[in-house]
Design a protein around this ligand. Structure first.
Ligand SMILES: [Zn+2]
Length: 187
């Protein structure tokens, strides 16, 4: 653990914090600069700087804790909604270099409407969207979809030949289902 990590110091008890939850993988405590009452930080116990430094199982454990804290903070603060924010790297506004998730109770009419709305919408041509989608798929290891598949997803149609799903292709088909919730119109 780096000596100057404030979250590691909270973890070892050398800096006090208002702890609200703890399990073997995570700890949650109130942010000392709350954006709203109930603003809580959910922190991985192992010192990892950003999401890229986490193991997949750790991301799962972290979000299990986020779910518990989000439900409880919403109820405790009598909030109308919850924003969940997770920043990685200075470019993204990460201040403490120990991976953490902000859980922020939100109230009607307080604005801004969402955390991502602090960035302006960028108008991207369909071919540019296609290029970035291809790059993300390639990085994850998902095969490119055929133009026909793209059209089907854009129209939000159900997959053809659903009954012929083969076990070997299950993982890809599951991803396929997730992508169905998005269309070019949503972007
Ligand atoms: Zn740390």
């Amino acid at each position: 653990m780096p000596e100057d990590c404030i979250f590691c110091k909270i973890l070892d008890g050398s800096i006090p914090a208002k702890r609200v939850y703890e399990d073997d993988a995570t700890i949650a405590f109130l942010d000392i600069n709350p954006r709203n009452p109930g603003h809580t930080l959910v922190v991985l116990k192992r010192h990892a700087e950003a999401i890229a430094d986490m193991r997949v199982d750790e991301t799962g454990r972290l979000f299990e804790a986020v779910k518990k804290v989000a439900d409880a903070a919403k109820e405790a603060a009598r909030a109308d909604g919850i924003s969940i924010c997770q920043n990685n790297g200075k470019a993204a506004g990460q201040v403490v270099a120990h991976v953490h998730v902000h859980v922020i109770p939100r109230f009607n009419n307080e604005g801004p409407p969402s955390m991502e709305s602090i960035l302006q919408v960028k108008k991207l041509a369909d071919q540019d969207l296609g290029r970035i989608a291809d790059a993300i798929r390639a990085s994850i290891g998902v095969e490119s979809y055929s133009p026909r598949e793209e059209m089907r997803m854009a129209r939000k149609e159900k997959p053809e030949k659903k009954e012929e799903k083969k076990p070997a292709k299950e993982e890809k088909e599951d991803l396929d289902d997730d992508f169905e919730e998005f269309s070019v119109d949503d972007l």
